[in-house]
Design a protein around this ligand. Structure first.
Ligand code: B12
Ligand code: SF4
Length: 549
């Protein structure tokens, strides 16, 4: 590839695709596909108890931080904001980051660049690049598949092997639950750390694994526990955080790195909390005490059916594992796929019930979806089972199948998926209640633990429970009385337990704040019923910036 003639003086705009997102429009926005993690694919059936928050576009933030050219990141623009930025700042390169569902937005953005900034080179990256025939669908100069930092460095003539600098990323913004927007104070939200991209497990449907090389491959930004520790220390200082969202597909798989990180944390007395993604086989390589001492407080793990053939699950009793994790104060977010090859209308209800039986704190359900670039996609294409007339905007795993399933129809796929979310909520109650339960269990077990870092972490968590969370329990208990007495009773028992541990303060917060939360919850229900949706704010950040003259 020929590098850009202006090298490190190139003016670069990196943008995510434009919104608004949570609406149906001709550019592929879909009301059921908002730019939210939990409400999109985890708590979407939980009404006003759904956790609402936005996440920045970390891929382009990583690229911006690791090049020396003047660079703006424009996140969640409107079409107008994107157009205005193009006209005002005269960019040499316009980079657009997207996933497959948003391909029509990429097409429109390329069109806008050609019209408003005709001298710009257009570079498109992110998972959309895995789409076959993309170059004919959009008018771009470069389509970048895989890791983007090294590509951009190469294109600018910079050292692609230079160490990776990590930007300070606040993991979530505009968090909202029970009708209340949580205050966005410094240090109040975890920082995102991205140690690597890709996953060597290579499950046949997994797009992140496939996109960064597939089975046996991944790209480490930080090879060692020492490097990771140093990055975390600097972000701890900059953002004043002690909680980290580790965005690594399978963090615990890299055992040597994780255990070295633990050693460094112990030496330095770091009472950090880590939210991680990990597969069951990787989790089982550690003792519960190792996980607890490492600060693991939230795990996102695949909980596919015991009858599926995924290597990451083999030989592991997942019910026992999820219960054990929760008993040690580790919140579990399960992820279950609906529509695996062996699913039929006869067995799917039982499979969903088993998933709900895990009683996780959060549960994501997703349709089995062949996505371009994955082995599953190839397999379905070879068997002639891909449905070719589906709009890419509808292939996001939360609507209907994009392939012919052996036993389940396309319409039924949606019915089963929706039922899974509903059933999990009906039987297990709001995730906020479940996580309070796990946090309390952790505190009860570890409040006198010899390692002060661990005690301190659970003390921080329990402060939340006796404060606003207990008030939330009070409100939830009342809200569920009429609709689901069983769940209301469970919440009541948990609240009593909290109040037994902290008789004065927990009761006081429940009595004072509880009624306010009940009121805001009901107001939120009315808002949602009238069609209220939420959108992320448009953000612009400039680095190495030189205003255009
Ligand atoms: C955070 C996240 C989100 C956030 C979105 C944040 C945002 N601002 O866009 C939320 C939670 C809202 C979200 C929603 C969805 N997401 Co999402 N999400 C992720 C997640 C977990 C992390 C992304 C990330 O930052 N990774 C780390 C960075 C470093 O990697 P990266 O983004 O891939 O970037 C690298 C390269 O791709 C490349 N690159 C990226 N952009 C660019 C741009 C240029 C110019 C260049 C050169 C290179 C380049 O360079 C980067 C560094 O190497 C990924 C899974 C994952 N592990 O990546 C899924 C993922 C991206 N999401 C996915 C999906 C399907 C969705 C949803 C449709 C899910 C749903 N139905 O429930 C919705 C879509 C919402 C919408 N309306 O667009 C899929 C994409 C599949 C595909 N092939 O297109 C992924 C891969 C998950 C998966 N395994 O299925 N998501
Ligand atoms: S273990 Fe998870 S991240 Fe890794 S390949 Fe399988 S689905 Fe993807």
């Amino acid at each position: 590839m020929k590098s850009h003639p202006k090298g490190s003086n190139t003016r670069i705009l990196l943008s995510s695709v434009f919104g608004p997102y949570a609406q149906d429009d001709e550019f592929g926005s879909r009301s059921i596909n908002p730019m939210e993690l939990y409400h999109n694919q985890v708590t979407r059936a939980q009404g006003s108890f759904s956790l609402r928050m936005f996440h920045r576009s970390w891929g382009i933030m990583m690229i911006q931080e690791n090049i020396s050219a003047p660079c703006s990141v424009l996140d969640f623009p409107t079409r107008e904001a994107f157009g205005k930025e193009l006209i005002t700042n005269h960019y040499d390169i316009v980079g657009i980051s997207s996933i497959i569902v948003n391909v029509l937005k990429v097409r429109e953005m390329c069109r806008m660049v050609r019209e408003l900034s005709p001298n710009s080179v257009i570079v498109v990256g992110g998972h959309v690049a895995a789409m076959p025939g993309l170059d004919a669908m959009i008018d771009a100069d470069h389509i970048v598949r895989g890791e983007g930092i090294s590509w951009m460095r190469r294109y600018l003539g910079e050292d692609e092997h230079a160490p990776i600098r990590h930007p300070a990323i606040v993991s979530g913004l505009k968090t909202r639950i029970m009708g209340v927007r949580l205050p966005q104070r410094k240090g109040g939200t975890a920082a995102t750390i991205i140690p690597s991209v890709g996953c060597p497990m290579g499950c046949n449907f997994c797009t992140t694994s496939a996109f960064f090389g597939g089975k046996g491959k991944f790209i480490n930004f930080y090879e060692t526990g020492d490097e990771l520790f140093d990055v975390m220390c600097s972000i701890e200082t900059e953002l004043e955080v002690n909680s980290f969202f580790i965005m690594d597909e399978n963090f615990l798989l890299h055992r040597k790195r994780a255990l070295r990180l633990l050693e460094r944390m112990k030496e330095a007395g770091k009472s950090w909390e880590l939210s991680i993604f990990a597969s069951a086989n990787a989790i089982r390589k550690y003792t519960m005490l190792e996980l607890v001492e490492l600060g693991v407080s939230w795990v996102w793990m695949g909980l596919e059916s015991p009858r599926s053939s995924y290597g990451k699950l083999q030989g592991h009793d997942l019910t026992q594992l999820t219960h054990e994790l929760r008993e040690h104060g580790i919140r579990v977010q399960g992820s279950t796929i609906i529509g695996l090859e062996h699913h039929t209308p006869e067995n799917i209800v039982g499979e969903i019930e088993s998933a709900v039986d895990y009683q996780t704190d959060f549960h994501q359900f997703m349709l089995y979806t062949p996505v371009p670039g994955t082995p599953l996609y190839q397999e379905m294409a070879d068997q002639g089972r891909l449905l070719t007339d589906i709009d890419p905007a509808d292939i996001h795993g939360q609507f209907k199948f994009n392939f012919r399933h052996a036993a389940i129809s396309r319409d039924d796929s949606k019915r089963f998926l929706d039922w899974a979310f509903w059933r999990d909520f009906e039987r297990n109650g709001p995730s906020l209640y479940r996580l309070c339960q796990t946090m309390l269990l952790g505190w009860q077990r570890y409040k006198n633990y010899p390692d002060p870092r661990v005690r301190e972490r659970f003390r921080r968590q329990v402060k939340k429970i006796i404060g606003s969370y207990n008030a939330a329990l009070w409100a939830m208990e009342r809200e569920f009385r009429k609709v689901n007495g069983g769940v209301s009773d469970k919440i009541h028992r948990l609240r009593r337990e909290v109040e037994k541990e902290f008789p004065f303060i927990a009761r006081l917060t429940a009595a004072s704040l509880g009624p306010i939360l009940l009121w805001s919850t009901r107001r939120e229900e009315r808002r949602l019923a009238s069609g209220r949706t939420y959108e992320p704010p448009t953000l612009i950040e400039r680095r190495n910036w030189i205003p255009f003259s």
